[in-house]
Structures are given as C-alpha cells and as structure tokens.
Design a binder for this molecule. Structure first.
Ligand code: HEM
Length: 525
C-alpha cells in the first residue's frame, strides 16, 4: 500500500517537473533568450559551476557563445554590456536584491546592510552605514592601517640584502587584512599575522569556508526552500550544527564588540571623548538621519561589525594577492610603479592619503587593471525586477525576473578591452596610443565596487589600503616571484577561459578563494 502511494507521489512529481520544464522552455517570458537548454528549465547547471568554483568563467563562456544576453537559469538572465551594468545597478533602477541574498542573514532579524533585500529598509540602514564609513572615518583608520602594514613588511622581509624565504602571499595577506579589519571593527588587534602560534590564525580561512558554503547555497536549485525554512527553525538548527570553528568565531566577535561597546558607553556617560577612532567608534556614534537617535541597537552593531569584517576581508585580501601576482610577473609594470613611488615620495613616512598619492597615476592604473583582470566580486549580483518591469535598451524585463551583469564577464569583454586577458595598466592612462575615448569606454564598462545605493561602502577604505600597501612596500622594499613558482596560474589543461598562465585563477565564492603566489621579499638596498 505504502509503495502504491509512493509511486503516485513520484508520478505527480515527475509530471509536475516535466510540465514546468515545458512551460519554462516554451512559454516563460524569458524563453526568447538564448542559453544552454538545461539552464532554461532548471538551476542545476548554474549550481554545478558554482560547486566547481568556475561560475564567473562559465558566465563569460556563455556570453562568448550566445551573445550579450543569456538565460543561465530558468528564471534569470545575465547581460554583459556597459549599458546593462549602468542600468541594473543604478540607484533608480526598478529592482531589488534577489531573495537569494537572504541566505547570508545569520538570523531573520536584524538583517545586516549587505543582506537586507527590502529597498526601504535598506535605505535607512545604508544612510547610517555611510555615516560610519565616511571620509573622516577612513582618515581616522589610516594610522591603524599603516601600523599593520609596516609590521607586516617587517615580518616578511629578509635579513640585510638577502631574499626572504618564499611566502604564500594569499595566506599572509588573509592574516594582515583580518588584523586590520578586526582592529577597525572590533577595536582589538588580534595579531594573527605574527609569527607565533595562535588559535585565531585560521579565522580568515574559516570565513572563506563560510562564504564558500553560503555561495553554493545561494546558487543552488533549493535556495527558495532554504530561505523559506530559515525563520521556520532552520536558523536555530544551523546555529546548532554550525562548524565549531565558525561557532567560536561568532562568539568571539560578539564578546569583542560588547566589550568595546561598554568602553564607548562608559566614556559617553562620563562625557569624555574617545581616543580610539576606529570604525566601531563611528558605528557606535552613527545617528539615524531621520530620528537623530543612535542608529544601531547593540544587536545590530554586532551584526554590522561582523558583516563588515566578512565583506572586507576576502575581497581586499584577494585584490592584494592578485596585485602581487601581476606585478611579480610583469617586470615593466613593477619597475614603472617602483620608479613612480620612489620619485614621488622622499621617504616612507610621506606616503599617506592626500594629493601626492592621488598623483600616482601608474599606481591607480595598476590597481584598476588588477581589479579588472581579477575582480574580487566576479559574479552577476542578481536583482529581482519589481512591479512595473525594467527596460534596458530595447529589452523589456517583466516583474519577478532575475537579472544581473556578470562583472568578470564584462571586464573580459573583447569588444571593450580588445586584449582582455593581457595585464596592461597603461590602458587606463591617456597617451602612448591610448585615447581619451579608449579610457572613457573602459571606465564605462568597469565598476569593480558596483555602483548606486547598493555599491560598496568600503570602496575608499579598500583603495586606501591597496595604495598604501604597494606604495610603501615598493618604496622601502623589493619583492619578486619565488623562482619556479606557478601557484595561482592558469594553464592549458584548464577549462576554456582559464588557460592563460599570466592570469590569476581563483574560485568564486562571492569573494575569491585563492592560493599563492609565493613571493620573496628583500629590504631596499
Ligand atoms: C577590493 C575590495 C572590495 C571590492 C572589490 C568590493 C566589491 C563590492 C561589490 C561589487 C559590492 C556589491 C555587492 C552586491 O551588489 O551584492 C559590495 C558591497 C558591499 N561591500 Fe564591498 N568590496 C570591497 C571591499 C569592501 C570593504 C573594505 C568593506 C568594508 C569596510 C566592504 C563592505 C561592503 C558592504 C557592507 C557591501 C554591501 C552594501 C549594500 O548592500 O548596501 N567592501 N562590495
């Protein structure tokens, strides 16, 4: 009897699956768009590439085969034109983050700024966050950043004029960036970069693993069920079965933030000014622009500080690792950058935010070109079209459709960049065969921090860190690729789009999962 009912259930399920497949392939509003046949009625192909870590490359391949608009899931399309980029992520676009972002919320409430989907709720949260990561806050963060950078150079450099042992730069940068963000967000230096054993050393790695897991869930065919179950017991269950390391980390963050908040509260009660002006200080004092009351409750502060650390660690450390990869393989770029910083600044002390560093055009070009070749945010940042629909050029997308622009794919579009797999910082500087129009066209197709109200609030902090790191390093030290190292390179045996040994290969987990290159350091002689 049981097997009879099971057979009926299975038959209903199979009939439903085939019925909906026919609907999605032939009658859905996206059926006119090209794409792989299995992607037209399911999400499994997208999930398969997510699980392999090559989803960003796969989206690029799809555009190469099918053109600028591709249906890559039954309910989703990607576009790879500058116009699509500028329309979809514009503040006024009639879209919101897709519901799949809800997988990133640890608890249903309070949501953090990143995973908040509701547009109105996000506007309020974002205004408060902008006040906390203002230019003033970034300037106050500078001494903390410099302190960590200089100590990091000191740890990595060799003795005298000798080259140091080869260092896996990804691992060292994870620890550097985590120390910087912990100092800014939790008000504590965790010193995971120090050459001593510490149980905290693996935390950046644990954060990457957490992102890798969540990104796979976000792009899985069962994401809607996951999101539905979250407030219905899944969050509690997930917290229980969370890997011990992540659990420890979450507890650790809560404790650190609470301690720091107590300090701020006690100073406020005594009417004293805080000496430490880290990001947590600004988050604590951030006001809701409408009510003029404190912007965050304690629970929201913990959530926001944690979110900032996660959002900042792998993205910025990934961009730094990629810059090491490209500079250590491009002698001319390395020499030009070294020449620029050594002529622009009399000594390392002078290397700070300000007009002098803004004049380092080659430094900015190196950063741009790295973020183009290896964008830390490489996916298509999916958006749901809202009531009223969305028009992009001649295309109309009805409400409910998911739309995005694959950042990696667009930044490697041959129509815009000509030689997209070649590392050429010069493409960002007018002169030497590069016209103003060339630079303007490239800039229009390039937004590694995204744009609009959901663009990255940490952009200036990340750019400050990248500029200070490479300007100070090349002023006071030398570095080179460890002889024979090939870690992180593409290769002929890899999939189409990963074949160049001069491109840094990463796995997309919303932020990049990476390894190498191995770098040697020496003091300037
Ligand atoms: C090179 C480094 C970085 C890159 C390339 C980058 C890129 C991005 C991109 C593309 C987005 C949009 C994501 C989306 O639409 O889903 C984003 C959002 C965000 N980023 Fe960054 N980011 C970087 C560093 C940082 C840093 C240092 C912080 C914090 C201090 C940060 C905090 C955030 C937050 C909070 C959001 C969500 C904003 C919102 O939804 O309103 N990021 N970032």
């Amino acid at each position: 009897m049981v097997s009879y009912y099971l057979a009926i259930c299975l038959a209903i399920y199979v009939a439903y699956y085939f019925g909906s497949a026919v609907y999605y392939v032939f009658f859905h509003s996206l059926s006119k768009y090209p794409g792989p046949i299995s992607a037209k009625f399911s999400g499994w192909l997208s999930f398969w590439h997510t699980a392999r870590g090559d989803r960003h490359v796969w989206l690029w391949q799809l555009h190469e085969v099918y053109g600028p608009i591709v249906r890559y899931r039954y309910d989703s399309v990607v576009m790879s034109t500058p116009e699509a980029l500028r329309t979809i992520y514009d503040s006024r676009a009639n879209v919101q983050k897709s519901n799949s972002y809800l997988v990133w919320q640890k608890k249903a409430a309070p949501p953090n700024t990143f995973s908040c989907v509701d547009k109105l709720q996000h506007v309020r949260r974002r205004k408060i966050l902008n006040a906390a990561i203002s230019d003033k806050a970034i300037k106050s963060a500078q001494p903390f950043v410099i302190k960590h950078l200089d100590r990091w150079f000191d740890i990595l450099k060799g003795k005298g004029g000798d080259w140091s042992d080869p260092r896996n730069i990804s691992k060292h940068l994870d620890n550097l960036q985590f120390d910087i963000m912990a100092e800014l967000c939790y008000g504590k230096s965790f010193d995971t970069k120090e050459p001593v054993d510490s149980s905290l050393k693996t935390i950046p790695h644990d954060i990457s693993q957490y992102m890798w897991l969540m990104f796979r869930i976000m792009n899985s065919p069962f994401v809607h069920i996951w999101v539905w179950l979250k407030p219905r017991g899944l969050d509690i269950l997930y917290r229980k079965i969370m890997p011990a390391k992540i659990k420890n980390y979450v507890r650790f963050v809560e404790k650190a933030v609470m301690e720091r908040l107590c300090q701020e509260e006690s100073l406020q009660d005594k009417g004293l000014e805080a000496e430490r002006r880290d990001m947590l200080h600004y988050l604590f004092h951030a006001k809701d622009p409408e009510t003029r009351q404190r912007g965050y409750s304690q629970a929201e502060l913990v959530e926001e500080a944690d979110m900032l650390t996660v959002a900042a660690t792998d993205t910025t450390a990934g961009a730094m690792a990629a810059t090491f990869f490209y500079l250590s393989r491009n002698e001319s770029a390395y020499q030009k950058l070294k020449h620029e910083v050594r002529t622009q600044f009399a000594d390392m002390e002078a290397i700070r935010l300000g007009p002098q560093i803004r004049e380092c055009k080659y430094l900015q070009a190196v950063i741009n070109e790295t973020l183009r070749m290896s964008p830390p945010g490489a996916n298509e940042f999916p958006r749901e079209v809202l009531l009223g629909g969305l028009r992009i050029g001649d295309e109309y997308f009805p409400p409910g459709v998911i739309i995005g622009c694959g950042f990696y794919a667009l930044f490697h579009d041959q129509n815009v960049f000509g030689d997209p797999f070649v590392y050429r910082p010069e493409r960002w500087i007018v002169g030497d065969g590069v016209s103003e129009k060339d630079v303007a066209d490239a800039e229009r197709a390039f937004a590694p921090f995204s744009i609009g109200t959901r663009g990255c609030p940490g952009k200036n902090l990340a750019l400050m860190e990248l500029s200070l790191l490479f300007a100070r390093l090349l002023h006071g030290y030398e570095f080179r690729l460890a002889p024979g190292d090939r870690t992180g390179e593409g290769g002929i045996e890899m999939v189409w789009g990963r074949k160049s040994h001069r491109q840094y290969q990463t796995k997309d987990a919303f932020a990049p999962i990476r390894d190498g290159p191995y770098i040697q350091f020496a003091a300037r002689v």
